[in-house]
Ligand binder design. Sequence first.
Ligand SMILES: [Zn+2]
Length: 300
Amino acid sequence: MAKIGIDLGGTKIEIVALGDDRRELFRKRVATPKGDYWAIISAIVELVKITERKLGERGTIGIGTPGATSLATGLLRNSNSTCLNGQPLFEDLQRILDRTLRIENDANCLALSEALDGAAAGKEVVFGVIVGTGTGGGIVVHGNIIKGVNAIAGEWGHNPLPWPHHDETPGPQCYCGRHGCIETFLSGPGMSNDHQRVVKTRLTPESILIGALRGDPACELTLQRYEDRMARSLASVINILDPDIIVLGGGMSKIKSLYENVPKRWDNYIFSDRVDTLLVQPKHGDASGVRGAALLWENE
Ligand SMILES: [Zn+2]
């Protein structure tokens, strides 16, 4: 049976179908309807219909989404697509799609995909990070997702930015209700907001990056602040989890300089005389999260 994965992101919904050998049979993406829970449900159901028509069969379905289903209430929470929070996403989709689904945090899906046969293949402890619309994290140990007793293992995006400088506290207001969360600095909007605070000009992360590459001093400084904040944020994870490898996904993971400059900077914060932790891009690129969602049914 084909394994279908759905990545429900803040800006796009992507579907993939994998064959038994994990070969990609079909893939499609659509824009995420803004702020409308039932429009999002309809878009997902439509994508499944299109995919299964192509396949000529029903598949297993795994879903990756920011946030997680609360073990207490069965409702989705902690998603940066805030219209999903408080909704019985899992239950509604199971009923409408008429089958048992598996749902996981999107960073857990990325970590799983990369741990099974990607950039982290053969590594014992993998920390997967999504830095895009939001900031999430997931942990895979020996090829298994660590869920945690509260289903929040690896969720580092709403910890406060560690080792803050005086101008970083209390920090920007976050949708979660707190100030100065890692996400308010490391997400794409976080970088744009930071640049605007300092330079008084609104630029997209892409424009800031292009500016930095062309030698614009303000853009270079924004990028350096971003790298140092990522180094501090990851150092606090390394000090607790000590993963073999950290895989970065999401839009911000495309910034090439991170892979060289962040490990140079994190040495200042990690409690070890030598740091062997690797920081890498996903082998499966943008498709890694959606693959991981499909691979939630790998052990059947
Ligand atoms: Zn927050």
